[in-house]
Design a protein around this ligand. Structure first.
Ligand SMILES: Cc1cc2nc3c(=O)[nH]c(=O)nc-3n(C[C@H](O)[C@H](O)[C@H](O)COP(=O)(O)O)c2cc1C
Length: 194
């Protein structure tokens, strides 16, 4: 591989941002399949590929999940105030706020509980998916807050999540309302050990 010519993956990695504002347009099923196909190319411990995917387009069900999670989130944030949570807390308290930002689709990346490295494997898969989406001009955001549904058996049944799997990455996808989200300035902390 040439080491001087930046290839497209670098711009996709650099430009992907969490998107929290979507236009009202569905993500086609073939795009979702392509995103998942990219996800499952991720490396996994022992090559176990311990994932499963649930695709939810039912906005009523997404609303139910949001309604269930919001009060729990508000209570837990207020109980243990951490730096950086003020803005999110204010959003949660805003009437009509939906934790999925009204995205048209939610994809749950589930990890098999018995696999040795389910969480890490599925997180790698999720990042592949978000990058692949961005390469298709589709925005995404990992909605960790939605993993709270794990405490609600009725919602788990509605989402068809079985006992032997856990929700690792709830990911929303959709077409961004703003096409050019700002680039993030990030400086790595590197220690070189010669
Ligand atoms: C494990 C995890 C959980 C997250 N949960 C949420 C969430 O519940 N709601 C949200 O709006 N963003 C969530 N995010 C997105 C982060 O806020 C976002 O990645 C971070 O602010 C950096 O911004 P960027 O993705 O645009 O680079 C989550 C990200 C990760 C990796």
């Amino acid at each position: 591989m040439a080491d001087t010519e930046p290839i497209k993956i670098f711009s996709v990695i650099r430009e992907r941002r969490s998107i929290r504002n979507y236009i009202d347009r569905d993500v086609p099923d073939n795009a979702l399949r392509a995103i998942i196909a990219a996800g499952i190319q991720a490396p996994t411990a022992l090559g176990l590929q311990p994932w499963q995917f649930v695709i939810i387009k039912d906005r009523g069900l997404m609303q139910r999940i949001s309604d269930y999670c919001k009060p729990i989130l508000i209570e837990s944030i207020e109980e243990e105030r951490r730096a950086g949570t003020e803005e999110f807390l204010a959003a949660l308290k805003t009437p009509g706020f939906n934790i999925f930002y009204n995205a048209p689709v939610l994809v749950l990346v589930l990890g098999a509980r018995k696999a040795v490295s389910s969480f890490l494997d599925c997180a790698l898969c999720a990042e592949n998916m978000m990058l692949a989406a961005w390469a298709l001009d589709i925005g995404s955001c990992w909605i960790g807050s939605a993993a709270l549904v794990q405490q609600n058996p009725d919602l788990l049944t509605a989402l068809k999540v079985s006992d032997d799997h856990q929700i690792v990455a709830p990911l929303i996808f959709g077409y961004p309302a703003h096409l050019s989200p700002k680039l993030a300035r990030r400086e790595p902390r590197i220690t070189w050990v010669p």
